[in-house]
Design a protein around this ligand. Structure first.
Ligand SMILES: CC(=O)[C@@H](O)[C@H](O)COP(=O)(O)O
Ligand SMILES: NCC(=O)COP(=O)(O)O
Length: 246
């Protein structure tokens, strides 16, 4: 079954607008998990515009102390030394390597793995030594999936921004077929397949029907906006219902 991992960045963004701890990032994580979410994702950026380092420490502590079975905790980011220290301290189940520059508005591309091969392999080895599963954020390109296997990654995360952009266009199925070819290349190389960025209640089921072996989708922006309408519990259940359509 595809795991729904809720990205709490946008909860943190709202929290940061006032000097009060409301909405609570850890509190929203608890509601999401109680509603059936299978994991928690955060992407702490260097400028701490939303998820702060303190949130990551508090989430790690809460998930470890308040949940018997391990909860899929996924930390995303560019593997700077500061990021690697945060990951070493908080010991997430999964680390998703994302090539974002500090001043990027949001994630908008996957890794050029072959150009960064030596750096990424060293990072993967360091994370494996901490027993973290490593996922690499990639574009829909089968060759890049093969490169991810060459550096020892455990999974790829398909950057689904272009899928979102084409969803109501005539070339949707052509674009989706390249995502499927990339996912097949990953699977055939022994890699798991995650997906994320701009997935929503309109486009999620169709993506999973094309790639039903997707291990995890991480969703934050649209799901948080939907929670303003349906509540977090209702939003989680709506996304789980879309996942169940695959
Ligand atoms: C990697 C990715 O596509 C998202 O997980 C990313 O976390 C979105 O970042 P913002 O929430 O800062 O837009
Ligand atoms: N890896 C994708 C993610 O965590 C959330 O992306 P989005 O749903 O906020 O676009």
């Amino acid at each position: 079954m595809t795991v729904l991992s809720i990205n709490l960045n946008k909860v943190a963004l709202l929290r940061n607008q006032r000097d009060i701890d409301y909405p609570s990032v850890t509190g929203m994580a608890k509601i999401a998990l109680a509603a059936g979410a299978g994991g928690i994702t955060v992407h702490p950026r260097p400028d701490q515009r939303h998820t702060r380092k303190s949130d990551v420490y508090e989430l790690s502590k809460m998930l470890r102390e308040e949940y018997g079975a391990p909860i899929e905790f996924n930390i995303e980011g560019n593997p700077t030394e500061e990021f690697m220290q945060l990951v070493a301290d908080t010991k997430p189940e999964q680390v998703t390597l994302v090539p974002d520059d500090p001043d990027q508005n949001t994630s908008d591309h996957g890794w050029d793995i072959r150009t960064n091969k030596d750096r990424l392999k060293e990072i993967v080895d360091r994370l494996h030594a901490q027993n973290a599963r490593v996922s690499v954020f990639i574009d829909h390109d089968p060759d890049v999936a093969l490169a991810a296997a060459e550096i020892g990654a455990d999974r790829v995360e398909l950057y689904t921004g272009p899928y979102y952009e084409c969803f109501f266009r005539d070339d949707r199925e052509q674009v989706l077929s390249l995502y499927k070819s990339t996912a097949i290349a990953a699977r055939d190389s022994g890699l798991g397949v995650n997906a994320g960025h701009d997935l929503n209640l309109d486009n999620l089921a169709h993506f999973l029907q094309a790639i039903p072996w997707t291990d995890e989708v991480s969703i934050g922006h649209a799901l948080t906006a939907d929670a303003l309408i349906y509540g977090m519990d209702g939003a989680i259940k709506a996304y789980l219902a879309e996942i169940a359509k695959k």
